[in-house]
Design a protein around this ligand. Sequence first.
Ligand code: ADP
Ligand code: ADP
Length: 228
Amino acid sequence: MLKISNLSKQYDDTVALEDVSFEVSNDEFVILLGPSGAGKSTLLRCLNGLTTPTSGKIAIDGKTLHDSRADVGMVFQQHNLVEDMSAFKNALTGALHDTPFVQSLLGWYGEESKAAALEALQTVGLLEESHQSIQSMSGGQQQRVGIARALVQEPSVMLADEPVASLDPGSAEEVMDCLRRASREWNTPVIASLHQINIAQAFGDRFIGLREGRVVFDGGPSELTTAV
Ligand code: ADP
Ligand code: ADP
């Protein structure tokens, strides 16, 4: 369970987030919606610890985020994968937290980490492609390997900032489906920011609309239909 309480962030004279509070349960896929400048990225940066909020609190399973920052899995828009390595090895690098540094350099990962990498590739539907190099994969497949890598980290919460921004509609839907399966199959809260409401609606369990740093909508797919 992720709990965000009265979160605010101010940059000089810009209020990027104002008194944002909501909770996300472990199998929930939440989509942040809102126009550019609404505060979506700022909220995700507060959650992954890259930004310190001006006030408020973020707790994961009752512990403040500060204590559990390693538990945040990120899916990047630019996926940050190693191009000439296989999907499997890229997914494995998510197990770094479990692996002594020198061993990881030598590619010595434990059997448990390998099993987790395969399970994660299965979740994102790329088990058959596990030996393929990243550079031979489509943008959507690469993004799904990025999701697998984040899962192998066994995070307490997974975040995705505009995960489908540069993808064609078909690949975007596959990536959204993978994020939904990630929350279900790994019992992990997933929060993704998105500006395409049509794609969001088909996949999210819940939608949080931000405008000028405030929560202006919080509801499920059916409520979203009436609000739009
Ligand atoms: P979104 O992701 O929804 O487009 P952002 O979180 O990027 O929104 O931005 C929210 C507001 O905070 C905007 O007015 C933006 O200009 C401002 N902002 C974001 N980051 C910074 C920063 N590092 N310094 C100053 N202002 C910022
Ligand atoms: P390469 O060294 O050609 O980059 P891979 O990255 O495909 O090879 O695999 C690295 C290691 O991970 C190998 O020891 C391989 O046996 C193991 N591995 C890769 N994919 C799988 C898989 N689907 N199931 C089990 N082990 C795998």
